[in-house]
Design a protein around this ligand. Structure first.
Ligand code: F6P
Length: 321
């Protein structure tokens, strides 16, 4: 193998740049050329490919977003799109590919592998919804952003005596909301993986008021069965003691400089991805298991769903005294 490609795909996540840097420099160390593919699978189809040398990735380890940009490509999901992508890889002499992205991107990586192209995936998504790895790149930074927001909201909430509903990202996965609930001191969390009745939410807020708390906090995952506005309406029509306010954190959670944890995770995974390609591994994803970065088959990754650890849900309730 003399030349590999690297791309970021799907939703961006803090730490993607640190991973690109590690891929480029590990490859250079082993005497490989690296082609950077812009805008994920869509950019690959359209031939947006530039060489990346070690100096090109200087000064990016601390930057949020991705210097290669990213996209969600519908065209790549088609057979024709995948054929075009393979033609582009061949045209540019790329013999192996590192795909950094979320679960959709791991499916894309698997599709190329199934067409015989050497691919290694690297999990990066703030949602932490990818099976097989304890953490994906970007999760820790997003959690730090969320907890910073919650701390600020608690200042105002407790000063004026309000209940805050804070909505986190996580389309199908409640991980961010669950952990933010535990470390932010929430009364309750609402997540897609666990049914909670609105009456229970009202009860939790009312209890907090009756126990003399100066504020109440409910963390709601974007993918929870109730919209945040719906929860607010319900609470406002019940005697919960507090006035209610909503904060939707939105895409703020996706930006910002990666934390130390994310920089290290991204770096270790980038190094591992290149070493896996060089070592002849194909169709695998890097994963954090225990203290180690290992590789696991992409086929397994896409077939399974990461389960929410509902012990955190109970922990939130237990600690909201
Ligand atoms: O998958 C990451 C994520 O940030 C989800 O939490 C969120 O639902 C989605 O992406 C938002 O996607 P977009 O940026 O395309 O609106």
């Amino acid at each position: 193998m003399r030349c590999i490609g690297v791309m970021t795909s799907g939703g961006d996540a803090p730490g993607m740049n640190a991973c690109i840097r590690a891929v480029v420099r590990t490859a250079a160390y082993h005497g490989l050329r690296v082609m950077g593919i812009r805008r994920g699978f869509q950019g690959l189809i359209e031939g947006e490919i530039v060489e990346l040398r070690p100096r090109d990735v200087g000064g990016i380890i601390q930057r949020g977003g991705t210097i290669l940009q990213t996209a969600r490509s519908k065209e790549f999901m088609t057979e024709e799109g995948q054929r075009k992508a393979l033609r582009r890889l061949n045209q540019h002499g790329i013999e192996g590919l590192v795909v950094i992205g979320g679960d959709g991107s791991m499916r894309g990586a698997l599709a190329l592998h199934q067409r015989g192209f050497p691919v290694v995936g690297v999990p990066a998504s703030i949602d932490n919804d990818i099976w097989g790895t304890n953490m994906s790149i970007g999760v820790d930074t997003a959690l730090n952003t969320i907890i910073d927001a919650i701390d600020r909201l608690r200042d105002t909430a407790s000063s004026i005596g309000r209940a805050f509903l804070v909505e986190t990202m996580g389309r199908d996965c409640g991980y961010l909301a669950l952990i933010a609930g535990v470390i932010g001191g929430a009364e309750m969390v609402l997540i897609p993986e666990r049914e909670t009745r609105l009456e229970e939410v009202a009860r939790a807020v009312m209890d907090a008021y009756e126990r003399g708390k100066t504020h109440a906090l409910i963390v709601i995952a974007e993918g929870s069965p109730y919209r945040t506005t719906e929860v607010a309406k319900f609470l406002e029509s019940h005697p919960i003691g507090f006035d209610v306010r909503i904060t939707i954190l939105g895409h703020i959670q996706r930006g910002g400089s990666p934390t130390a944890f994310d920089r290290l995770l991204a770096t270790r995974m980038g190094v591992k991805a290149v070493e896996a390609l060089l070592g002849g591994e194909r169709g695998v994803m890097t994963a954090l298991q225990g203290r180690d970065i290992v590789t696991i088959p992409l086929e397994e990754v896409v077939q399974r769903r990461r389960e929410a650890n509902l012990a955190y849900y109970d922990m939130v309730l237990m600690l909201a005294r």
